[in-house]
Design a protein around this ligand. Structure first.
Ligand code: C2E
Ligand code: MG
Ligand code: MG
Length: 667
């Protein structure tokens, strides 16, 4: 609407005097003019009435023989009109109707005065007095803010009345008629012209002020939109990180200065990457919007600020008095998302729909003078929620001893793991299908807590990645695996798993080269496993690191093939020495559809010239199936579980002795 009006105003301002005004603008003008007019109309009308009565004085001087009647008439007309119009003004009658009545009032006053004057015997004074009639024209054309047409009509009537009465009721000579007519007509023309100019001017002032108002409104709206844009997340409409950071700092200041409690709640959509990979980014966006909506509804009842922290992470800042209160709101948020039943069939835990993990920390539970501590504790609680199965809420509790699987403890354990000997490697044999011989071994990292209880790699590897401990541990793993297996010549090749963090770190290939130098191992006997889930595709640093490793002569294997999104495009870009098919495909192959898919996958990889390792062989049947598929290499519990070096040594020694015996017997 605003731009259209602005355009109309521009056209209107460019119009010539005789061109018709825009209907829309005229209506707007009348509306605004109406309000302003009403304000001053009462004063105007009372003044006009008083002025009319005041002229009783000239009546007494100039038409003294009939002044009694004229004064009575003046009082009567003034009081009647002033009261009638004042009443209508107070009752908010239509202003155009009131204007017309005012015009009639002025004309009546004039006509009555002329008519009464004609009865006076003092004809000379009356002839002087008639010149006063121009004052009535000034009143219609200039004093009242009449529209041009009304002014022209009412003052025209005054002129006409004079002319008619000159010829009918007054006994005056022709010179006088000419003189007074010219005076009336010229006053009529001049005052009417001024009336027209004033009306035009008033309309222009209105147009210009409307224009200025629109511009100002637009500027304010633009400013507000910009502010909104800089503080909102474009996709979900929630507050963005910047806005939540500001809110967080404000709450923290409130806590520091007046102990007004609050909680930081971090929320992460479970298995969102898998969701995005499978359903596509558009559906991923739809999921984020739906989750944001559910959380907004859940938090609306409380004194909360909800924001998107980035990616699939959200934050809720709650004003609350205790950790229990924070926990309740956090639980409501989790429940709201769960109740959406937003389908997610790709998650490995068969829940089948989108859920969130939630971590919270209450200001009263966290010491220190930095707000970051609070966020860190909420973050730890969030990872705690994830580590204990996702779709749950964890609230940081300073009195609760940290459990072994909590990040804090794991992070502490990892820091000193190598020095204190809590980290070790287990080796799992990789065998040739045809001969059953061990041709390689995968090194798998193991961590034990202070009481010697093992912690799963699924729990500690992500912590090591987040804390950066993986860099040192990774180098340690490569060096240890090379010394243990290749140094002792137990297997031809040892494979070690790599994290994205390692591959992204500058100079990683150099550090591998240094280890090879230190241990004196031939590069092709070391294989580094890169997980497909890393989306090598979109990460140029990872791609170039892999290329450097390949230039060193180290083998690069693609792990967990089929679980990530990179898939075939990744195979085209990087020439992997071996592709390991994820065990979920083998597990699915007991059904005809799964078996067909598995066959297709093997066929495709073989055609592309890749050597294949199939992971997760758990029984003889699976092994037979793989033999049919002409798969080269296999790995799984059925063929050897991951074991410590000593056990692995034993197995290899035993197996090579048996092989030697067999070949001896054969000879
Ligand atoms: P991965 O590289 O795919 O390792 C194979 C995992 O499958 C190992 O689990 C192994 O114990 C398990 N496995 C082997 N055969 C079978 C089988 O027949 N059935 C079943 N159900 N499982 C089998 P683990 O040792 O728990 O390791 C899990 C993951 O942790 C590894 O997956 C790897 O991604 C990561 N990881 C392990 N060690 C390291 C390491 O040194 N560095 C890095 N960055 N990641 C590691
Ligand atoms: Mg692996
Ligand atoms: Mg694997």
């Amino acid at each position: 609407m605003q731009p259209q009006i602005a355009e109309l105003i521009d056209t209107e301002l460019g119009k010539r005097w005789h061109e018709k005004r825009s209907l829309t603008l005229s209506r707007l003008y009348n509306r605004r003019y109406d309000a302003a007019q009403r304000k001053e109309a009462r004063v105007t009308i009372w003044l006009a009435g008083a002025l009319y009565i005041l002229f009783s004085i000239t009546d007494v001087i100039l038409i003294k023989d009939i002044y009694f009647y004229s004064v009575v008439m003046r009082f009567f007309i003034s009081i009647a009109y002033v009261l009638i119009i004042d009443f209508q003004l107070q009752r908010n009658f239509d202003l155009s109707v009131i204007d017309k009545q005012c015009a009639i009032g002025v004309f009546s006053g004039y006509a009555a005065w002329i008519w009464l004057s004609s009865y006076s015997q003092n004809s000379l004074s009356v002839s002087y007095y008639l010149t006063y009639g121009t004052i009535f024209m000034m009143i219609t054309n200039l004093y009242f803010n009449f529209k041009f047409k009304l002014a022209a009509l009412s003052s025209g009537l005054i002129v006409a009345t004079l002319l008619i009465s000159l010829f009918t009721i007054f006994n005056v000579n022709l010179e006088f008629i000419v003189a007074i007519s010219v005076l009336y007509v010229s006053s009529y023309a001049l005052t009417l012209f001024v009336n027209w100019k004033l009306n035009e001017e008033r309309y222009r002032v209105f147009l210009n002020s409307l224009h200025a108002e629109i511009q100002q409104k637009e500027a304010i709206e633009r400013g507000a939109a910009l502010l909104r844009l800089s503080t909102t997340d474009a996709l979900t409409g929630l507050a963005n990180r910047r806005a939540t950071d500001d809110e967080l700092r404000a709450l923290w200041e409130g806590w520091q200065s007046s102990r007004q409690g609050f909680a930081v709640v971090l929320i992460d959509i479970d298995y969102f990457k898998r969701f995005n990979d499978h359903y596509g980014h558009q559906e991923g966006d739809r999921c984020l919007v739906a989750v944001a909506g559910a959380m907004a509804r859940a938090t609306a009842r409380h004194s909360c600020a909800l924001g998107r922290f980035g990616g699939e992470e959200f934050i809720v800042l709650i004003r609350c008095e205790s950790r229990d209160e924070a926990g309740l709101v956090a639980e409501e948020v989790r429940h709201a998302v769960e109740s959406l039943r937003f389908v997610h069939e790709q998650r490995p835990d068969h829940i089948g729909f989108v859920t969130v993990s939630v971590g919270a920390a209450f200001s009263g539970d966290v010491g220190g003078d930095k707000v970051e501590r609070l966020v860190t504790e909420a973050d730890r609680a969030l990872y705690g929620a994830k580590a204990s199965g996702r779709n749950r809420v964890r609230v940081f509790d300073r009195n609760e001893p940290r459990k072994v699987d909590e990040d804090g403890t794991i992070a502490d354990l990892l820091r000193s793991a190598v020095v204190e000997g809590r980290i070790s490697l287990a080796y799992q044999p990789i065998r040739e299908v045809e001969s059953g011989r061990i041709v390689a071994a995968e090194a798998l990292m193991r961590l034990t807590n202070t009481k010697g209880k093992p912690i799963s790699p699924a729990a500690f590897i992500p912590v090591a990645e987040r804390t950066g401990a993986i860099m040192e541990l990774g180098r340690w793993a490569i060096a240890t695996a090379c010394r243990d297996l290749i140094g002792n010549d137990l297997v031809p090749v040892v494979s070690v798993n790599m994290s994205a963090v390692q591959l992204k770190a500058p100079g990683f290939a150099l550090s591998v080269a240094a280890i090879l130098g230190e241990t004196g191992i031939l590069p092709h006997r070391l294989a580094l496993e890169v997980t497909e889930g890393l989306e090598i595709d979109n990460q140029p640093e990872i791609e170039s690191c892999i290329r450097e490793l390949k230039q060193l002569g180290v083998q690069v294997w693609l792990d967990d093939f089929g679980t990530g999104f990179a898939g075939l495009s990744c195979l085209r870009k990087i020439d992997f020495d071996v592709v390991k098919i994820d065990r979920s495909f083998l597990q699915a192959s007991h059904a005809p559809k799964g078996a067909a898919m598995f066959r297709d996958m093997v066929g495709l990889l073989k055609n592309a010239g890749h050597a294949i390792v199939v992971e997760g062989i758990e029984d003889e049947e699976q092994l037979d199936f793989l033999a049919e598929q002409a798969v080269d290499l296999v790995q799984g519990f059925h063929l050897g579980k991951p074991m410590p070096l000593a056990a692995f040594k034993q197995v290899t020694v035993m197996e090579s002795a048996e092989a030697a015996k067999r070949s001896g017997t054969a000879r």
